[in-house]
Design a protein around this ligand. Structure first.
Ligand SMILES: Cc1ncc(C[n+]2csc(CCOP(=O)(O)OP(=O)(O)O)c2C)c(N)n1
Ligand SMILES: [Mg+2]
Length: 802
């Protein structure tokens, strides 16, 4: 009989201590939520939250993990609503302050959902948008494999990347996309611990559907471990009549089970006596328990039984990913346990008082770390000091900066598209073969070649844990792509799912912090499909992951590809996305300047929790390049330091306006030739029309906002780049902006100094056609610019293009 296994004395003590810690975690996390909701008046908006019931179901699992199973190299994504449990555990370990606990959900306090960037303790992965924190763990594990395959990260053995996840998270499609991707890359060190409380926000999930998911995991190479019954139940099942009891529980619908959990001992007895009336042995088991003990027995699910959990965790295989399905009760140990409406449930004052008394905590000692423990506090402190997880101290690592002195100096001639320029810069970096080339890792969702990464991959190879030669090459078959797979490779090929691209970039972009090895990740995708992965992009930025992403090709300009591929809104996304500096250069020399800057920018790290002012230049961030396949005649010019700064800050005068000019044309990206040609024609009858090249509407606007804020705060000299640029233009002049994207990405420029604006851009879905036809139809060609100039100045334009 398994339950009667002899437990060594040390182990018995350890278990007793863990049980006390479990009680403390339940109390501290519950009190923290109660305190935020009842004791501090922060206005109604901050009060509710779905934490209480949702936290309680993870208390035992997290106690077992953090105080026993985890090692310093393990990394955990804690489901959003279990944030109080996480912080309570950190508090017990001495890594979290009381002040932070008391300010849960308050300004500057512990965040509602675990946050790497905002929380002050050791959050490994942010969570919040369900499904994303789960999926990033698998990608982090693949990045760990990558780093180790290169022989790096010597001081940190491979850890397990763990997700403590809600069962409803499996409804998110990104989880399933990730599972397929993991399989291709041979995922190993990853645990997903599903808090199977069978309740999501609104309902009780279907058990049958869920068990189908278990099959899915197994099909994709995961070991599935059910943590279904606790030791009390296991022992009862082994008694005469116990099998009947087991069958009854297995057949019990979730709804009925949940209702009985809520109702308690007497209701259990009534139901069981009725359903098992013809099984005297089973009835005898029930009779050996009073109401309280019966409720305890019947709710002894695996996810609330320390011994069962530890057995499952410690017996898990290490050569494959493991999915633990831990049966739990939402709100376990609290008055609304099991109730289907408990998601936003909060305990009343009377209920928290009752819990305090039950947990032997005196009034006034609510926050004492070890108040009410039933084992000597000194023994618990000893135990806490020896907890394996904490033995290496702070786990926020730092990878040394990668030098950029091997960045190539290139000359650009003839006709070239920014997308080709991008491929060429990477190719030259690869050829130069320095530390920069070594640390770059590229990735793309099935568009490696069509986004111009081919040459880079030819030189640096595809990454795979197993080596495999390029079969076409071996057989002497002609192909421009030489794609050998090996652990040395530096390109990670992904399936089409863009969510996976951004989760991979999130994981690669945290490598310095998670594994102490800095990577310089570069991802590419077709620009319109940024929207497909947008929440994951936002998630990556929220965690301060560092990467460069190229959206290419973009806009109407990829003309014959048609409306489904022509991005319109991405310039606005690039501007509005925090943590992402966006650029849309027109020329390759600008792109090269931006890329060199970007490889530095993604490595910057200012003081923690700094104030993100002045374009975040000290803090750094990630970079988005919106590129094009339209070849443009390259200017022959020297990049002076001043021009370089203009390109990086977001804009420069390609042609300075006359102080008395009545008009300036402002362009961004691939429409440069139209803007320049129109300015030329306008010069025939208008004085000194200026041409402003915008390389980053995002950085111009960020700098402007920052300077205004600085002014508000008393820095009178604060002046943004864009104020200087437009300062050279008379107030009566008009701005005519043009870009291949939604016009409001540039029209705001009128607000800087009060210039009138006419903004040309794309507002409606595109279609197939030539660039000329589409620019004509959508109003981006030379004549459209001239017509707009006429409209805004109220004066006829003499020349048009015939
Ligand atoms: C993408 C996304 N959609 C919706 C929500 C709102 N939401 C927060 S928790 C939750 C249900 C969570 O259920 P489960 O994962 O089973 O966790 P439990 O509360 O049962 O512990 C929902 C819908 C969210 N956070 N993210
Ligand atoms: Mg749930």
């Amino acid at each position: 009989m398994e339950g009667a296994r002899m437990i060594p004395a040390d182990e018995a003590t350890n278990l007793a201590i863990l049980r006390e810690l479990e009680r403390k975690v339940l109390w501290i996390s519950s009190y923290m939520i109660h305190y935020a909701n009842h004791e501090v008046d922060r206005g109604d908006g901050l009060k509710v939250g779905g934490h209480q019931a949702s936290s309680a179901s993870l208390v035992t699992l997290m106690t077992a993990l953090y105080f026993r199973v985890l090692r310093p190299q393990d990394r955990v994504a804690v489901k959003p609503h279990a944030s109080p449990v996480f912080h309570a555990i950190q508090y017990l370990l001495g890594h979290q302050s009381l002040d932070q606990l008391q300010n849960f959900r308050g300004f500057g306090g512990t965040q509602s959902y675990p946050s790497r960037t905002k929380d002050k303790d050791d959050v490994d992965f942010s969570t919040g948008s369900v499904g994303l924190g789960v999926a990033v763990t698998g990608f982090a594990s693949l990045v760990q494999d990558y780093v180790h395959a290169k022989g790096w990260s010597k001081e940190w053995p491979k850890g397990r990347m763990i997700s403590l996840m809600g069962d409803a998270e499996l409804d998110e499609g990104n989880i399933h996309e990730a599972l397929l991707e993991y399989w291709k890359h041979g995922l190993k060190n990853c645990w997903w611990v599903i808090d199977y409380n069978r309740q999501s926000l609104d309902s009780v999930v279907s058990d049958r559907l869920f068990m189908k998911l278990a099959g899915l995991f197994e099909n994709l190479g995961w070991k599935v471990v059910l943590i279904k019954y606790g030791k009390l139940l296991q022992r009862a099942f082994a008694e005469p009549g116990g099998q009947r009891l087991k069958e009854w529980i297995d057949d019990c619908p979730n709804m009925l089970y949940s209702a009985l959990v809520f109702q308690g001992g007497a209701a259990w007895r009534r139901q069981l006596e009725q359903d098992l009336a013809i099984h005297p042995d089973t009835l005898a088991i029930l009779r050996r328990h009073d109401d309280e003990a019966l409720a305890q027995l019947m709710t002894n699910l695996g996810g609330h039984d320390l011994e069962a959990i530890i057995e499952a965790f410690e017996g898990a295989p290490s050569d494959q990913p493991v999915c633990f399905i831990a049966y739990t009760i939402k709100g376990f140990g609290l008055p609304f346990q099991g109730h289907k409406d408990n998601h936003a449930g909060l305990m009343t004052k009377a209920q928290i008082e009752a819990l305090r008394v039950r947990e032997d905590i005196n009034q006034g000692e609510e926050w004492d770390r070890l108040a009410g423990v039933r084992v000597a506090a000194s023994k618990i402190e000893d135990f806490l000091a020896r907890v394996p997880f904490r033995q290496k101290g702070a786990r926020r690592l730092q990878g040394p900066r990668i030098a950029l002195d091997t960045f190539p100096k290139l000359e650009w001639k003839g006709q070239l598209a920014t997308q080709s320029g991008f491929g060429r810069v990477l190719d030259e970096i690869a050829r130069a073969n320095g530390p920069l080339a070594e640390r770059i890792v590229t990735t793309s969702p099935d568009v490696t070649v069509s986004t111009n990464l081919g040459a880079w991959v030819n030189r640096r190879g595809l990454f795979s844990l197993a080596s495999q030669e390029d079969l076409f090459r071996e057989r002497g078959l002609m192909s421009p792509q030489r794609w050998a797979l090996s652990p040395k490779g530096q390109h990670i090929e992904l399936g089409i799912a863009e969510m996976n691209l951004f989760l991979m970039l999130a994981a690669l972009g945290l490598s310095h912090s998670l594994f102490g090895e800095r990577l310089l990740p570069v991802g590419t995708l077709y620009d319109p499909f940024i929207c497909r992965g947008l929440d994951a992009l936002n998630y990556a930025c929220y965690q301060d992951a560092r990467f460069i992403v190229a959206g290419t090709p973009s806009g109407l300009t990829l003309a014959p590809e048609g409306g489904a591929h022509q991005s319109i809104s991405t310039p606005l996304i690039g501007m509005a996305q925090d943590g992402l500096a966006s650029f849309e250069p027109a020329y390759a020399d600008e792109l090269a300047v931006i890329m060199e800057w970007a490889f530095d920018y993604i490595q910057r790290q200012a003081a923690e929790h700094g104030d993100p002012r002045w374009q975040r230049d000290e803090q750094g961030g990630s970079v988005y390049l919106r590129l094009s396949t339209r070849p443009l005649e390259q200017p022959t010019r020297t990049i002076t330091p001043e021009l370089r700064q203009g390109i990086i800050d977001g804009g420069y005068w390609l042609r300075r306006p006359d102080p008395a000019a009545e008009l300036a044309i402002v362009y961004c990206g691939a429409v440069a030739p139209e803007a320049i040609a129109a300015a030329g024609l306008l010069s025939e009858d208008r004085r000194g029309v200026g041409v402003l090249a915008v390389t980053s509407a995002d950085r111009l606007s960020a700098g402007w906002h920052a300077a205004q804020r600085a002014k508000d705060e008393g820095d009178r000299a604060a002046r943004a780049r864009v104020e200087d640029l437009l300062g050279g233009l008379s107030r009566d002049a008009a701005l005519l902006t043009v870009m291949d994207g939604y016009p409001e990405a540039l029209s705001w420029l009128g607000g800087v100094r009060g210039h009138r604006v006419r903004a040309l851009g794309v507002e409606h879905f595109g279609q197939s056609g030539s660039i000329g036809e589409l620019y004509g139809h959508y109003g981006l060609d030379v004549n459209a610019i001239l017509a707009a100039a006429e409209g805004i100045s109220g004066r006829p334009v003499r020349y048009r293009v015939q």
